[in-house]
Design a protein around this ligand. Structure first.
Ligand SMILES: NC(=O)c1ccc[n+]([C@@H]2O[C@H](COP(=O)([O-])OP(=O)(O)OC[C@H]3O[C@@H](n4cnc5c(N)ncnc54)[C@H](OP(=O)(O)O)[C@@H]3O)[C@@H](O)[C@H]2O)c1
Length: 259
């Protein structure tokens, strides 16, 4: 449906789960893709095969680095700059976080979670925006952050991650107004529970999946593909006048009041 031929896209955490679905969709639409991962090289190699297939044989750029570390971000952007010299889309998707009741959360847990889930966008955007200049010197880029319903709703064991996603969505709004006049759109796509590897870290995974499905007005879970569709819309020209918005993909869950 979308034509991103010749466009350059960088998707953090693009080797697994939702990030890989986003990268594959961008590659299928013709974009050159760079995907980042932290340490799982086997998954990165599998992602490479998926992306080669999706793009019809175009080699993706695989970038290893921690999105919460300035020096790693600098190195990854230097590789992107050497390879492409510019960037059209940044999807800040990689996330982590400590899942514990609030009384067990330490300052270290908080810092770790906020750094990866919120600070990363600030640091990534700082490098991406100067690479989004068009030929007229004005920007033409799209930045999309991937968030979750924990930013506006509360879940067991999710205090640190939920707070980090709240910070992320606020940062999206602030970046959006800062860069709107340069022709750069900054938005978020938020989702309810998606059955990816990330859920293996939740102590209450099975209950979360069952309860989400039970309360979902759409009566089915959101898939990585559903989230990737929304990211693609946010990267397209259809949303050129959408700035600082959080596009919620949740089958109606967050607006549903049972009763
Ligand atoms: N799954 C859900 O229910 C759900 C719901 C709503 C929103 N989301 C959001 O969707 C996004 C993707 O989630 P997912 O479920 O697809 O995750 P996932 O399957 O756990 O994949 C995470 C990806 O991020 C990378 N990563 C993790 N920490 C990183 C770091 N510090 N620096 C660089 N890369 C890092 C991982 O690399 P390695 O493979 O090397 O570890 C992997 O590629 C996240 O922002 C998440 O909050 C998820």
């Amino acid at each position: 449906m979308f034509d991103f031929a010749g466009k350059k896209a960088f998707i953090t955490g693009g080797t697994r789960g939702i990030g890989l679905a986003i990268a594959a969709k961008m590659a299928r639409a013709g974009a050159d893709v760079a995907v980042n991962y932290l340490r799982n090289r086997a998954a990165a190699d599998e992602a490479r095969a998926v992306l080669l297939d999706a793009s019809g044989g175009k080699e993706p750029l695989l970038l290893k680095g921690n999105v919460s570390k300035d020096e790693d971000i600098e190195k990854m952007f230097s590789e992107i700059s050497d390879k492409w010299g510019r960037l059209d889309y940044l999807v800040s998707n990689a996330a982590s976080g400590v899942l514990k009741p609030s009384k067990e959360l330490t300052h270290h847990h908080w810092q770790w979670t906020l750094d990866i889930n919120a600070y990363a966008l600030l640091a990534l955007a700082r490098h991406a925006i100067p690479m989004m200049k068009g030929t007229d010197g004005k920007g033409t880029g799209k930045i999309v952050a991937v968030s979750s319903l924990g930013s506006i709703r509360a879940f067991n064991n999710y205090a640190a991650v939920g707070a980090s996603k709240g910070a992320l969505e606020s940062l999206v709004r602030h970046l959006a107004i800062e860069y709107a006049s340069q022709g750069i759109n900054v938005n978020a796509v938020s989702a309810s529970v998606v059955d990816t590897d990330a859920l293996k870290h939740f102590p209450n995974r099975e209950v979360m999946l069952q309860e989400s499905l039970h309360w979902m007005p759409a009566k089915k879970l959101v898939t990585p593909e559903d989230v990737a569709n929304a990211v693609q819309i946010m990267c397209s020209d259809l949303t050129n006048m959408v700035h600082g918005h959080t596009f919620i993909v949740d089958g109606g869950l967050s607006i549903f009041l049972p009763g």
